[in-house]
Write a protein that binds this ligand. Structure first.
Ligand code: SAH
Ligand code: SF4
Length: 348
């Protein structure tokens, strides 16, 4: 018997091909199975009563429904955020964050264990044991939450690839996960409700524009000062100039507005000259700017500090002079270390 494959590793289209080409069955059989899995959330072929018994047995031998295990969950004091630690089959752990806001639920998913970019302000970059997640481990995070929350899991939600890892450094599996999430026979989530956040992997930005032009792009730019960025995002190959060009090209190809994310630090980082440089560089680019006040991390550089309220206001003042749409993100879940940049599993 061949090794069982994880059902969630196949895109709905891939499963349909398997049914029609390998099993020589009609297309609607695939539709029936996908309906059981993604609509009725039944993860057991023996319960799929409208399928022939021998087919159920074949499928049962061939596929398993395995999702990451919830090993730990932490709720923020105001119950708006739940940080879930999940264990993968090789015992490595990742984190997924469930956020309930006025505008609805957002699920923040991880794409890698650790991250090779090693931004100096990010806890994920300090983890050991880097590896890419498989597509089934990416979508499995959502299924694990679904199972954990039962009736409390919402019908509609947004997905952001802003958990652990650099998604565009794991592009094949991340794209496969996008296929599963966006397919009408899969999770059926509108591409516009999905945000891909990247530290600026240029090749990946072009591939995203080509393959998933409706997915929202967020680029974690932080600064336009080449030297400073090299210090903050030490393993990034691309220059700020190349990243900005990729941003312009993405907008041109897709006709969509993008977001620049900036971790906002205190002190000299919010100087007038630095902010004007930023405003000027982004002039003419169809974008929002989303600033995230720095959430200090353990073992982070001492000179990086969280900005004061006044510094955040000053940032907004200067940037709005450059006619940018500015939002400052209220980091959810700071009290449970679930805020941006605070995701890391200790001693992995
Ligand atoms: N690797 C991707 C996505 C995951 S990081 C990326 O870098 O975009 C998600 C967001 O959290 C990024 O915008 C990142 O810059 C931000 N972030 C990382 N560490 C942070 C910290 N300590 N405080 C605030 N934001 C942080
Ligand atoms: Fe990786 Fe993003 Fe963290 Fe940088 S901020 S180390 S790219 S996860």
């Amino acid at each position: 018997m061949s090794k069982q494959e994880n059902f969630f590793q196949l895109s709905p289209q891939g499963f349909e091909n398997f049914i029609t080409e390998e099993l020589k069955q009609k297309k609607f059989v695939a539709k029936q199975v996908l309906d059981w899995v993604y609509q009725k959330k039944v993860f057991d072929f023996s319960l799929m009563t409208n399928l022939k018994k021998d087919l159920r047995e074949i499928l049962q031998e061939r596929f398993k429904f395995e999702v990451p295990n919830v090993v730990y969950q932490l709720k923020a004091a105001d119950h708006s955020t739940i940080k879930v630690t999940l264990e993968l089959s090789d015992k490595k752990q990742i984190e997924t964050v469930f956020m309930k806001e006025d505008r609805g639920v957002t699920i923040c998913i991880s794409s890698q264990v650790g991250c090779a970019q090693k931004c100096i302000f990010c806890a994920t970059g300090k983890m050991y044991g880097l590896r890419n997640l498989q597509a089934h481990e990416i979508v499995g995070q959502i299924i694990a939450l679904q199972e954990m929350l039962g009736d409390k899991f919402p019908e509609n939600f947004r997905v952001v690839y802003m958990g652990m890892g650099e998604p565009l450094n794991n592009i094949n599996q991340v794209f496969k996960s996008l296929e599963i999430l966006t397919d009408s026979k899969g999770f059926n989530i509108g591409s516009r409700k999905i945000t891909m956040s990247t530290s600026g992997v240029v090749k990946g930005i072009y591939r995203l524009a080509d393959r998933f032009p409706q997915v929202q792009l967020a680029i974690s730019l932080h600064t336009v000062d080449e030297q400073l960025r090299k210090k903050w995002v030490p393993n990034q190959k691309e220059t700020v100039k190349e990243i900005l060009q990729a941003a312009r090209d993405f907008i041109k190809t897709t006709g969509r507005k993008i977001t620049f994310e900036l971790v906002l630090f205190g002190g000299s980082q919010v100087s007038t000259s630095k902010l004007n440089l930023l405003g000027k560089a982004l002039k003419g680019i169809h974008c929002n700017v989303n600033a995230i006040p720095y959430n200090p991390i353990e073992d982070g550089p001492q000179y990086l500090t969280r900005p004061t309220h006044q510094e955040v206001e000053y940032f907004k003042d200067i940037m709005s002079k450059w006619h940018r749409e500015i939002t400052v993100r209220v980091s959810r879940g700071r009290d449970i270390q679930a805020a941006c940049g605070q995701l890391a599993i200790k001693n992995s």
